[in-house]
Design a protein around this ligand. Structure first.
Ligand code: SF4
Length: 174
């Protein structure tokens, strides 16, 4: 079910900012990077419950910003809800506290993740930028291997351009 998201080169958009907080959704972005590179979703003894390929990507983004003198930080939240589109008020408050000291928040996630961050930070001076774009929906078979490794096999990309019918039962779009 995860959305397949492609990282964007945001170096031009981030020019001029002195501090950037990377706000990361822990669901779709790690799955996207792992499936793009054909690497495991989880190798417990290498990166715990995190996805190595995604952690490497975030590290690279931070390094390239820090080489330009930009202060960086990373914010994510797993509990009580992992999906950023459903974060609780408590999780959003923690983001607000962390992000108010940054000039920009770079969202790793989908448009709904961006919405979460924009709504949370709307009364701050922190500018919100989206660092990924939607290219499809992932379908794969989850496979576990010894020792504590999770992989995604039989990978398929499902198109995300479903036409929404005009239906009086549907709730209005925001
Ligand atoms: S916020 Fe977007 S990227 Fe994160 S879990 Fe929800 S749909 Fe996936």
């Amino acid at each position: 079910m995860p959305l397949h998201l492609e990282p964007l080169d945001m170096s031009v958009e981030l020019e001029g900012y002195k501090s950037v907080l990377i706000v990361s959704c822990p669901i779709c972005p790690p799955v996207s990077l792992a499936t793009d590179g054909g690497s495991p979703l989880m190798e417990f003894f290498r990166s715990g419950i995190k996805t190595g390929a995604y952690e490497d990507y975030v590290r690279e983004v931070r390094k390239s910003l820090e080489e330009r003198g930009v202060k960086t930080g990373v914010f994510t939240s797993y509990l009580p809800c992992t999906a950023m589109c459903l974060w609780t008020k408590g999780q959003r408050n923690r983001l607000w506290k962390r992000a108010k000291d940054y000039e920009a928040a770079l969202v790793m996630g989908c448009e709904s993740a961006r919405y979460t961050v924009e709504e949370t930070l709307k009364n701050t001076d922190c500018r919100v930028l989206l660092g990924m774009r939607l290219v499809g929906i992932t379908n794969a078979t989850l496979k576990f291997e010894f020792p504590l490794t999770a992989k995604l096999e039989d990978l398929a990309r499902v198109k995300a351009n479903e036409v929404i019918q005009d239906d009086s039962h549907q709730r209005p779009m925001i």
